[in-house]
Design a protein around this ligand. Structure first.
Ligand code: LLP
Length: 438
């Protein structure tokens, strides 16, 4: 998919760059991002919304992959940006992302984060709970500012996805519940806060969702709630943010829709359910993360050791693992992979791909059909663009891999590989602990 293909040397090529050469230049493990595919996904979102005729914003959920080059690319493509921490906000601001197009999320924004975002002049706060509502009003009043807010509501939709990443249900740490009246109370309170400009509502029902029914149901509930609020409080929402969560294809078992079909089902539902709520349809915002960067990412590893347990299983170990891709260990996520340096070789055996961390749970793929792999072969794991670099750790003091953008035969480093010096950069040895070995 994307610009991936097998070249004349039978090597996997991405963005016109031979992965064997990428290994020589940058080493492994290496995150490779197909820049053209990321841009294509951005354009699919923007194009589909334009088609709908609605006023809209598409905000890239930076949590999926937040580095300065990505912020620049997203800005160039005309998208907005969703951030959830001072780290993501800082990255975006340092990359020159216009503050007005940044939306700030999170269920526990600290005072320091709210202040940083206020002084940067960000476009909108997505307020998650009553504590934050009071904090933000007090802070804005203190600074004599007026800030745009959306209220995050839980519409009571349980999206069919992994339990840890479905968030629209009542029992969630996120947002004001519509069903139990707390969302109504929040609207009342926010509209009385003189320094808050209540733009509208936000609803996010989960991630890696394939069925559109969950989104449609959420839109219906948000529309019903908007009607109630208009009648009882005379408050009108200008904006409805429907979050992210659009699924992608990791393996053949996954059955996502095309971006344009997700968008159409959402915009159609907005037109249907809001038709009799307002004279003018609200502005629709969305926050896709995974569906913009997920399938554009490939992780390149070098095969190291092998362990064959006759009649049981053959383990093939690579030079990364749960440190650069914790998703199989965390969510039991499935991936597909190929040998990048012998991309035309037929599959000969079933193996399981292990990482190099010191625990048995560090497995990337169980039961993968591969040609017979040797030490030094390159393994390319597909669809690792979202929540991989973003969730990477230094477990076992393994340095984080480099990230490169590839496009039309050019590769550019966008994140340097961590060095061993980086690993100890923050370490301090207290005076009272002897510095010399005794
Ligand atoms: N908006 C909000 C409020 C969110 O919480 C999220 C994701 C998104 C947008 C973007 O969702 P996406 O389009 O990427 O599905 N680490 C997990 C995914 C956690 C998603 C958290 N929130 C994973 O690796 O699957």
């Amino acid at each position: 998919h994307g610009t991936s293909k097998i070249n004349a040397k039978a090597h996997l090529e991405i963005g016109g760059c031979d992965t064997v050469e990428l290994k020589e230049t940058y080493g492994t493990p290496l995150y490779i991002m197909d820049e053209a595919l990321v841009r294509q996904r951005c354009r699919e979102y923007m194009g589909a919304f334009r088609e709908s005729g609605l006023t809209f914003q598409v905000a890239f959920a930076s949590k999926a992959f937040c580095v300065m080059a990505m912020c620049r690319l997203v800005e160039e493509e005309g998208l907005s940006l969703d951030v959830v921490s001072e780290g993501e906000l800082y990255t975006a601001l340092q990359a020159g992302f216009p503050a007005k197009r940044i939306h700030f999320h999170g269920n526990n924004k600290t005072l320091a984060e709210l202040e940083m975002a206020l002084s940067a002049g960000i476009g909108c706060f997505v307020v998650d709970n009553f504590t934050e509502l009071h904090m933000l009003q007090a802070l804005a009043a203190d600074k004599g500012m007026n800030v745009n807010v959306l209220l995050r509501v839980t519409p009571g939709v349980e999206a069919h996805t992994h339990e840890y990443i479905s968030t629209g249900q009542t029992d969630s740490k996120f947002g004001f519940d519509i069903a139990n009246g707390s969302a109504f109370e929040a609207v009342q309170l926010a509209s009385e806060c003189s320094n808050l400009n209540l733009l509208g509502l936000h609803s996010h029902i989960g991630s890696q969702i394939f069925e559109v029914e969950g989104f449609q149901l959420a839109i219906e509930r948000v529309a019903d709630f908007s009607r109630e609020v208009k009648q009882k409080l005379d408050v009108i929402f200008k904006v409805v943010n429907l979050g992210g969560g659009f699924g992608i294809r990791y393996t053949a078992e996954d059955t996502p829709l095309k971006v344009s079909d997700y968008v159409k089902s959402i915009t159609d539902a907005v037109k249907t359910y809001f038709a009799d709520v307002y004279a003018q349809l609200p502005e629709i915002w969305v926050e896709p993360g995974r569906s913009i960067v997920g399938d554009a990412g490939t992780t390149l590893y070098t095969v190291g050791t092998m362990k064959d347990i006759p009649g049981v299983r053959k383990y093939v170990a690579v030079d990364g693992g749960m440190t650069d891709n914790p998703r199989p260990a965390l969510y039991d996520s499935k991936y597909e992979a190929t040998l990048a340096n012998r991309a035309n070789d037929p599959a000969e055996e079933t193996v399981s791909i292990a990482g190099k961390c010191c625990e048995s749970g560090d497995m990337l793929i169980w039961d993968l059909e591969l040609p017979k792999a040797n030490s030094g072969d390159l393994l390319a794991v597909a669809c690792t663009g979202a929540y991989n670099y973003a969730m990477a750790s230094n477990y076992n003091r393994i340095p984080r891999p480099a990230v490169v953008f590839v496009n039309e035969g050019t590769s550019d480093l966008v994140v340097k590989r961590e060095s061993l010096q980086d690993i100890i950069a923050g370490d301090l040895i207290p005076e009272r602990i002897s510095k010399q070995p005794s």
